[in-house]
Design a protein. Structure first.
Length: 216
């Protein structure tokens, strides 16, 4: 072997093999990144389509409920709030007096027990009991009002009491229209007539008068 041949030798394959392996790893990693990028693109497209679907559905619902003002501009619909249950004043008082840890069933049972066990001592509970006995609807209203503690108090109906027949009252001789005032005396002036609640009327001696609902 000449001196030249001794100096010029074939290089070792080690570095090339290592480089080749590294390149294969790079290509493999690139393919994985490309697949992941494709997945992200697909996932993003699916989400965009889903969002578009929701927007279309929302737009359809808006179109169904949208109203327009006099200028033709769309007006955002107002959500209707559920009306509060309406209860008579006596029922509202009962709800407030019964502890809130009672269930609605226990509250109704308590009212029933008060009226039936000791009616004379619990006479003021009788209107509540009678109202509950008018029907299941009232019991449902009571249960909702009692559980939520949110309700409206019904304005009691008011009535004029008018004499049913001609009477001689004081200086008035056989006046056709005589009205009962706050002191339960008859007066010919309607503006002086008292407006009675049904509860007040029920507690009175009926007498000879006509019950006329106040409509003003």
């Amino acid at each position: 072997m000449t001196k030249f041949e001794e100096e010029v030798k074939r290089p070792a394959n080690g570095p090339l093999t290592e480089l080749n392996n590294n390149m294969q790893e790079v290509f493999s990693q690139y393919r994985k990144m490309r697949q992941y990028a494709d997945y992200l693109e697909y996932d993003s497209k699916q989400k965009d389509e889903y969002i578009l679907k929701l927007e279309n559905e929302n737009s359809f619902m808006r179109d169904e409920r949208t109203t327009f003002d006099s200028n033709g501009m769309a007006v955002e619909p107002k959500l209707q709030q559920q009306a509060l249950p309406v209860v008579p004043e006596c029922v509202a008082g009962a709800i407030e007096s019964i502890p809130d840890h009672y269930s609605a069933f226990e509250a109704i049972s308590l009212i029933n027990a008060k009226v039936n066990a000791l009616p004379e001592e619990n006479e003021d509970w009788l209107p509540v009991y009678n109202w509950l006995c008018e029907g299941v609807e009232n019991q449902d209203v009571f249960a909702l009002a009692f559980i939520t503690r949110k309700y409206q108090v019904e304005k009691p109906k008011l009535f004029y009491l008018k004499a049913k027949e001609l009477l001689v009252v004081g200086d008035y001789d056989h006046v056709e229209d005589l009205w009962l005032d706050w002191n339960k005396n008859f007066t010919p002036k309607k503006q002086d007539a008292h407006k009675f609640t049904q509860q007040e009327i029920d507690s009175m001696q009926t007498g000879s008068y006509e019950q006329i609902e106040v409509t003003e």
